[in-house]
Design a protein around this ligand. Structure first.
Ligand SMILES: [Zn+2]
Ligand SMILES: [Zn+2]
Length: 492
């Protein structure tokens, strides 16, 4: 048995000073102790040096395969010019085999303000497959070598189109992913697990599959689940209900797309984009979603769908609403991202019982008066983005996530973003911010009786931070991540 002591413990929405230690056995919390036992010889004592113990944090939406894989690949986040991009790719592609990924590209941060051309990419990587992916994942460009390899997949006669969006983007990227060997796939998940632990997470939900008909390497990961440090909650990210049922999945979906993204002007809006006569697009018809979600619901699968614009959120939530009325089941269907919502739509979500799976870091990166949201949506509508506090106040159980690799898998930054929303009316209190990454997050996967709080009988999953979230402080960091009583990451 182990005793974790000399710390403050987050218990029932506060740091409870009466709790002096936690006794664990076999990976579970046995007891919250108000004093250390007189005789401690029989216990393994773990001194947490006066720091702050939270329930192990849970990120409810990641693309960990891409995140882990990309951590092994080329990060263009630091590039300031196209020459930087070419240099990074040239250097990074040397040890990469036949498939080279470069990611985190943002033309708005590049002096030239544009994507590289295919000809420019060919000059850097001629005889390997290269994909360069935009920071939001919703567009990419590939070199000619790769393009000619996948022409039939794309259903195109030539490689004339430069930047791929929508289905072309998805097909191109998933083709790369599908051509990776099993050992590299497992390596990517191990890398992701390490990044998660370092970022303060003990559980992460992760999307597996091509967002079309394939559930990709789902079975491979399922068979190896015990080998990873973190708990992965797997989503067959696909429309293939039979395949999901065959592998025994409890859920289906993820970033299966109701619409695209604001950065590509493909998020579906009721009103046009700021200064542009376009409203984005719904990727599927109402009846398509009705049939798909209803069938999944009939098979007791929890459904998750990517929806960003108000029109897309309404489309998906309307199906959840119809099912809640006609055939209620406690499946906890998800509105992933759920970014643009006015009050009426929030009421509609409350009525359907759907769960918004949200990303505080989106506001951190793109909110604010001069932010990206204000540019593409106009100031007024930008106020209706990522409405964490309003949703919680209406009794909607939102959950927190990073959408990693889109934003960092880092609980310190995530909590900070949730509490410092650009719109003060949507900023969360410390207790609310913790809840969306612990209690609510555990509930989302029907694991509320297993994890998400520091309570006897639950898993001994803890995250140790060097600060009290409710108090201001500098140099905030993750000091330790403890999974089922085992210290898996430590920076004490
Ligand atoms: Zn996603
Ligand atoms: Zn998404």
């Amino acid at each position: 048995m182990k005793i974790f002591y000399n710390a403050k413990f987050w218990h029932k929405a506060t740091f409870d000073n009466d709790i002096k230690a936690i006794l664990t056995d076999n990976g579970k919390i046995l007891k919250l102790l108000t004093a250390l036992p007189e005789n401690t010889r029989d216990y393994e004592l773990i001194d947490l040096r006066g720091n702050y113990v939270y329930p192990g944090f849970i990120d409810t939406h990641t693309h960990s395969f891409e995140g882990g894989l990309y951590s092994l690949m080329i990060d263009l986040g630091g590039a300031k010019t196209l020459q930087d991009v070419f240099d990074l790719i040239a250097e990074g592609s040397k040890d990469k085999g036949k498939f080279v990924f470069a990611w985190n590209f943002d033309e708005q941060k590049i002096a030239e303000g544009r994507f590289p051309t295919r000809a420019e990419l060919n000059a850097v990587v001629r005889a390997k497959n290269l994909v360069l992916r935009r920071v939001d994942g919703h567009s990419c460009i590939i070199n000619s070598f790769a393009c000619y390899n996948i022409l039939s997949l794309l259903g195109k006669p030539h490689c004339d189109e430069e930047i791929f969006k929508g289905f072309d983007n998805d097909r191109a990227v998933h083709w790369f992913h599908n051509n990776i060997a099993s050992n590299l796939i497992l390596k990517a998940y191990h890398a992701a697990s390490q990044i998660a632990l370092k970022g303060g997470f003990t559980t992460i939900h992760t999307m597996v599959g091509d967002a079309n008909r394939s559930i990709g390497h789902y079975s491979l990961i399922q068979e190896n689940l015990d080998d990873f440090g973190v708990d992965y909650v797997l989503y067959p990210q696909s429309f293939n209900i039979e395949a999901a049922l065959e592998v025994g999945a409890k859920r289906i979906g993820g970033c299966i797309l109701a619409d695209g993204a604001l950065g590509s002007f493909t998020a579906a809006l009721y009103e046009p984009y700021n200064g542009r006569p376009i409203r984005g697009n719904l990727y599927q018809t109402d009846s398509y979603w009705y049939d798909f979600i209803t069938r999944a619901h009939q098979h007791n699968l929890q459904v998750g769908v990517h929806c960003i614009g108000d029109k897309a959120i309404t489309q998906i939530n309307s199906v959840y609403m119809a099912l809640a009325n006609s055939d209620f089941k406690d499946l906890r269907h998800q509105l992933i991202h759920c970014e643009l919502t006015d009050d009426a739509l929030i009421n509609h979500i409350k009525a359907s019982g759907a769960v918004p799976v949200m990303q505080p870091m989106f506001d951190k990166l793109w909110g604010g008066d001069n932010g990206f949201y204000a540019q593409v949506l106009g100031h007024e509508r930008a106020q209706s983005m990522n409405r964490f506090a309003t949703m919680l106040s209406r009794g909607i159980k939102i959950t927190g996530s990073s959408d990693w690799y889109i934003t960092e898998l880092d609980i310190v930054k995530s909590l900070d973003a949730a509490m410092n929303h650009h719109n003060p009316a949507e900023a969360l209190t410390a207790a609310q911010a913790i809840d969306i990454y612990t209690k609510n997050a555990a509930w989302l996967s029907h694991d509320e009786k297993i994890k998400g709080q520091l309570l006897p009988g639950l898993l001994a999953d803890f995250t140790v931070l060097n600060y009290d979230l409710g108090k201001p402080g500098a140099d905030k960091r993750v000091l330790a991540t403890i999974k089922e009583g085992a210290l898996l990451y430590e920076d004490l």
